[in-house]
Ligand binder design. Sequence first.
Ligand code: PLP
Length: 337
Amino acid sequence: MIDFRSDTVTQPTQLMREAMMQAKIGDDVFGEDPSVNELESLSASLFSMESALFCPSGTMTNQIAIKCHTQPGDEVICDTLSHVYLYEGGGIAANAGSSVRLLQGDRGRITAEMVRNAINPEDIHKPISRLVSLENTANRGGGSCYNFNDIESIRDICSTYGLALHLDGARIFNALIAKKETPKQYGKVFDSISICLSKGLGAPVGSVLLGKADFIKKAKRVRKLYGGGMRQAGFLAAAGIYALHNHIDRLAEDHLHTKLIESALQKKDFVGHILAVETNILIFEVKGKYTAPILSAILKEKGILAISISPTQIRFVLHLDVTPSQVQQTIEIIETL
Ligand SMILES: *Cc1c(COP(=O)(O)O)cnc(C)c1O
């Protein structure tokens, strides 16, 4: 099977497994796991941020960040398609007790003007606007990327009105590669950043939350509260360290593969609108002789797994376990449909 369902399906490479087996470990709840400490300092220095915290998932890093930035009754501003809103089980309400102001952005991206218009005035009737959460790349936007100057404009609005700015950077490295940006640029403008090691970077488990030292100190307490304190987590951190050293630059290959599949799809009459490919995610509309679930079933019979994310849309996600020859095979299969 060629698996395009998600970039989370990757298996650790042989070299990553070796790095994991050789990891120096300790009890991380005591702060004594050298590999976790190394992963945290490596991640923080990559983004020039003060401090970092290793967590089991990106949902947890996002939720911890939101909890630490807000008080119950505050309001979080984000795009309607955000993972923090759509796919974290109502965590903003359940964990932070915050309300959410949803903005209709462009493929998951919001603008400074939209943010400014959504900030509540000082008024006892209204929740206090406290946090803006951005997602880059935007998953439901089909892997779309922000222009960095738009993020800077949002930063300016946040600073003017006293709001914190969080980045759900589950796929930030895809954005950095696509836009030729650096992690340090991002470290400068965000109060907190969540990065995922288990998406395109190919590690089996884990996300890292980045921020100022006092913020991460608070976050560590919340991680314990949420049950995310892990013991000999160094085996997992070692995979993350390996991924940060070896799996960032190769994301360009996934982006190229996504483009090649996009070109093959463009020639088919059952393909409607395709969200223009920017990174490793391809979302397209199915029309005419197939519906999305039917096309997904036909692809499965031919050895291709892709999720139908709505009755009319299919999503392909490229990752390091899809080889160039599998991409070629996929294109040949698409040509026969
Ligand atoms: C995958 C993902 C997360 C985190 O998901 P976990 O499965 O909890 O690690 C967060 N944000 C986005 C945009 C994602 O795609």
